[in-house]
Design a protein around this ligand. Structure first.
Ligand code: B30
Ligand code: ZN
Length: 280
């Protein structure tokens, strides 16, 4: 079963343990972050994200999200510092989102859901490849960024423009010269904990780095930055909905269309893990 899993009642998060027993393992993700229970750790270093825009390669509808893939054969786009040791290379970024603005993120903060969550996926270069790193306890590091509604984001424009071309599962197109650092908020304060992939195979190989500050830009700012005609392409329509994301399909061309929405896993038991904060 390559992709038998999904986000429907029949194949969603409640069913994943049938094929992937690690779904009930000791370090599953996402989690609910309770800021008051997180431990400030003064030994945590600042995050260093250095991305080369020329490493952006393509954008793909993989049937459960869309992802922007990066060339990762050298150390030109890396994550260092923060809670990790050594150098991790950027492999891809993707998003999780809801059918409506009241849900969509995987991590929650004090039980609060955000409408969308961006994941920047990196692998530890002490292993020979992403595939080998993905099964090691220190193999991957994912930076999670919440998206806050009410704000159109011009940095996302290029990503959103590409979605038209990858509406159905399996479609991909080239996506070149994109600076992923532009998607980051001003502050890189973070929470960190040991977790897993949030989709099957749910491997327990991820050092999670969840940024405290969501990304958002005001509609007023956007009006000053881009022509009115382009506004319709942004991820907010006049009612402030993330129209572009929600127009993607879980399904392939020729299948009965099924909108790609609610592609998030709910929070999993903490099981005694410590969440550390880089800030007071
Ligand atoms: S996440 O950031 O924890 N949501 C993977 C990477 C990051 C996360 C989840 C999964 C991942 O690499 N999964 C295995 C590879 N996928 C890649 C793909 O193209 O999308 C293959 C697969 O699942 O079987 Cu579909
Ligand atoms: Zn993800």
């Amino acid at each position: 079963m390559a992709h038998g899993w999904g986000y429907l009642t029949t194949n969603g998060p409640e069913k994943w343990a049938e094929d992937f027993p690690v779904a009930n393992g000791p370090r599953q993700s996402p989690i609910n972050i309770v800021p008051r229970e997180a431990q400030y750790d003064s030994s945590l270093k600042a995050l260093k994200l250095k991305y080369d825009p020329s490493n952006a390669k393509g954008i793909l509808n993989n049937g459960h999200s869309f992802q922007v893939d990066f060339v990762d054969d050298t150390d030109s786009s890396t994550l260092t510092g923060g809670p990790i040791t050594g150098t991790y290379r950027l492999k891809q970024f993707h998003f999780h989102w809801g059918a409506s603005d009241d849900r969509g993120s995987e991590h929650t903060v004090n039980g609060i859901k955000f409408p969308c969550e961006l994941h920047l996926v990196h692998w530890n270069t002490k292993y020979p490849s992403f595939g080998e790193a993905a099964s090691q306890p220190d193999g991957l590091a994912v930076v999670g960024v919440f998206l806050k509604i009410g704000a159109a984001n011009p940095r996302l424009q290029k990503v959103l423009d590409a979605l038209d071309a990858i509406k159905t599962k399996g479609k991909q197109t080239t996506f070149a010269n994109f600076d992923a650092t532009t998607l980051l908020p001003a502050s890189l304060h973070y929470w960190t904990y040991d977790g897993s992939l949030t989709t099957p195979p749910l491997l327990e190989s991820v050092t999670w780095i969840v940024l405290k500050e969501p990304i958002s830009v005001s509609p007023a700012q956007v009006l000053t930055l881009i022509p009115r005609l382009l506004l319709s392409l942004l991820y907010h329509d006049k009612k402030g909905k993330m129209v572009m994301f929600r127009s993607l399909l879980f399904t392939g061309e020729g299948d009965a269309p099924c909108c790609m929405v609610d592609n998030y896993r709910p929070p999993q038991p903490l099981k005694g893990r410590l969440v550390r904060a880089s800030f007071r």
